[in-house]
Design a protein around this ligand. Structure first.
Ligand code: IFM
Length: 438
């Protein structure tokens, strides 16, 4: 059973999360092309070459979607603003794009839903990608302009602002593994993106503080980096991956430094003078968001280039993504964050959920049990002293799962991608029962 609302601290925030490119429909409302459109248009990058041009047509169906958030008993809705919608060429404002987000936050207000905004969830305007995207330092200044433009319009009605969603994915997954746009496999590009995405965060923080905007943070992803064995080589391999995935971004923000286990491979590729940016990157945040899905098991891969690791399959039950279900990792990273990095700073679980090959009429028991396990892990972290303030389920709707296309279904609400009909799943109803105020 999903632990009910009453078993969490008073005022704990429950929300559902989405992201612009994954649900809105990028062809509507005068949005410009993003690097995801061009990545998806290149054969071999995305399953069935699917893209976000229609997605869930949230651009037109947003009112119905907010009604679903409300009816589930959620307090808050986490959404993102598409840079390519607001500034189709990365610079020039599209009034219709800002009008859309204005309607959306007003719609949340009308329903008593608290808006948790993420400025950048990966839809970089193609025009900026042409100039080098996150490899180009200028993109960071353009991002601060984008942040200012969005907040001038809706900043008075959002409760929190996150600059970036999952910088590891923006940088490493996209420039080292080549799995996401722009699809590069280049350690130098990855190192530069690892630094520039943080610089963009820092510049936007400075700009938003100057505007008087409150409640500013960032959303990082965390996993549980597990060594494949107790051998010194595997322990060191897991430590390197832990430094790249779990420590690089948070230590830059809280300690103004990068972990030595990651710098050993990345330092030669960082932009010259990167150290001078660290005070800007490390300015205080008001809250931290953490996304958690699984653990990864790492072994040493001698004879291969740095980081000289390989990922090993694990024995636990897996989601449709092939990710092991490991709620203990959620408790582990939350307590680690409080203990080692942020102390009493408010933390939110800004994403957690599972993909399941479900249809609307199936019992959806796996997702319900996944939520129950991860709510329990969050409660254990709170009991251990973590200042956890809220939990957002990923995702409200089945949606565009990036390089996996539409096949992997994370939604509490089923979407028929032909008719675009929404049907709440059994897990939606189970969560609604848990969140009901008695
Ligand atoms: O769908 C993504 C989301 O965009 C970012 N975090 C992980 C989710 C599941 O892969």
């Amino acid at each position: 059973m999903i632990p009910p609302r009453a078993t969490f601290p008073e005022g704990f925030v429950f929300g559902a999360a989405t992201a612009a490119y994954q649900i809105e429909g990028a062809r509507f409302g005068g949005a410009g092309p993003s690097h995801w459109d061009t990545f998806a248009a290149t054969p071999g990058n995305v399953v069935r070459a699917e893209d976000g041009s229609t997605a869930c047509d949230h651009y037109h169906r947003w009112a119905e979607d907010l009604d679903l958030v409300k009816a589930a008993g959620f307090d808050a809705y986490r959404f993102s603003t598409s840079w390519a919608r607001v500034m189709p060429d990365g610079v020039t404002v599209n009034p219709a794009g800002l009008d859309f987000y204005d309607r959306l936050v007003d719609g949340m207000g009308e329903r008593g839903l608290r808006p948790f905004l993420t400025l950048y969830h990966w839809d970089l305007p193609a025009a900026l990608a042409d100039l080098g995207g996150w490899r180009n330092r200028d993109t960071c200044a353009r991002f601060a302009d984008f942040a200012e433009t969005v907040l001038q319009r809706i900043g008075d009605r959002v409760e929190t602002v996150a600059t970036i969603n999952e910088p590891w994915c923006v940088a490493w997954l996209s420039h080292f593994f080549g799995a996401h746009a722009p699809g590069l496999r280049d350690i130098r590009a990855a190192a530069r993106a690892m630094h520039h995405i943080l610089l963009a965060h820092g510049l936007a923080m400075e700009r938003m503080r100057g505007m008087g905007q409150k409640n500013l943070g960032i959303v990082l992803n965390f996993d549980h980096a597990t060594p494949a064995s107790d051998s010194p080589a595997d322990l060191a391999a897991a430590a390197r991956q832990d430094a790249i995935f779990n420590r690089w971004f948070i230590e830059a923000i809280t300690q103004h430094s990068y972990p030595p286990e990651a710098l050993e491979g990345l330092a030669p590729h960082l932009p010259a003078g990167w150290q001078d940016d660290m005070p800007l990157i490390g300015q205080p945040i008001d809250w931290l968001g953490g996304n958690y899905y699984t653990r990864h098991i790492h072994a040493a891969a001698p004879g291969t280039p740095w980081p000289a690791t390989r990922e090993m399959p694990g024995p636990l039950p897996k989601t449709q993504m092939g990710w092991e279900i490991y709620p203990q990792g959620l408790q582990g990273f939350l307590t680690r964050l409080s203990r080692d990095h942020v102390g009493d700073l408010p933390i939110y679980v800004t994403e957690n959920g599972m993909a399941n090959a479900d249809l609307p009429d199936l019992p959806d028991a796996a997702r319900t049990s996944f939520i129950a396990g991860h709510f329990g892990a969050a409660q254990a972290a709170i009991a251990a002293g973590c200042n956890l303030k809220g939990f957002f389920y990923w995702s409200l709707l089945d949606n565009y799962e990036w390089a996996e296309g539409y096949e992997k279904r994370f939604g509490l609400v089923h979407v028929d991608f032909d008719s675009l009909a929404r049907t709440p799943k059994a897990s939606y109803h189970a969560l609604a029962r848990a969140l009901a105020r008695n």
